[in-house]
Design a protein around this ligand. Sequence first.
Ligand code: GLU
Length: 315
Amino acid sequence: MPTQHVTRLAPSPTGALHLGNARTFIINWALARQQGWRIVLRIEDLDGPRIKTDADRQAIHILTWLGLDWDEGPHYQRHDLSRYHHALQTLSDAKQIYPCQCTRKEVAAAQSAPHGDEHELRYPGTCKTASPPDWSLDTAADHTAWRVITPDEPIIFDDLFMGQQSSNPQQIVGDFIVVAKGGLPSYQLAVVVDDAAQGVTQIVRGDDLVRSTPRQLLLYRLLGLPPLPQYTHLPLVLGPDGRRLAKRHGDTRLTAFRDHGVRAERVIGLLARWSGITDEHIEMSAHEFRNAFDLTKLPPHPITYTEQDQAWLTS
Ligand code: GLU
């Protein structure tokens, strides 16, 4: 029997979805529906203090408003933490982690997906040498985070859009956090454990996370979790200042457009223009987007959200 390919839509309920998120989601959805992949909706709600009340419901509503659908979920990460603890135990049994007492700020940062313009520090291994040889998970206190021993070697993978990628996570971030103080898993650990548990074979996401992929591949290896997924990292939508689309570029939240009466077809038309489907400003349904989308025509460079785009959306 041929393998059933599975992908996921994985919004973090840390704020409202904006036009850039929408472009990634609709491309992921279109590829899935063109190629018969099963779609899992996963709400990534481990992002500690950044989680906003009701943002999960809003995200689900907006995806539906755009005309996207899924075959399974929503699954919430917080509903069952046991599988992350199990993964931590596996790493601990293999002596691949060590306790870390470093500052709260460093440790807290590990819980969010590190998007491109957020600076990541390289951890110099301070607690690795300081940790007692006989530590155990059970004796660790709440003020302990856990770091994975990261080999100093490049990790190579083939990205379906960007081609072969190689980077050495030890040189970029050092031994990275898998469980933060307080016991919640880091983004890197949670995403691997969930993708494996949910049978995800196709990961489509923004290229600001391409730097995270070698860390995730290392965790697949250490946890003995085959098969590895295939990755497709997509260029981002930027504001006129060249930075990742965000609040600073005005209100690009989909809820704001919707509440001002902008039709979903108008938003999708703009996403189509940004996805190599058309050169013009036209309206389009999600279904039409899916029929027309061709990954080989996707511009390989970031897209800039312009004043003309905004004017067209709100005209
Ligand atoms: N929930 C993550 C985010 O917002 C996506 C993580 C992923 O696709 O691996 O950025």
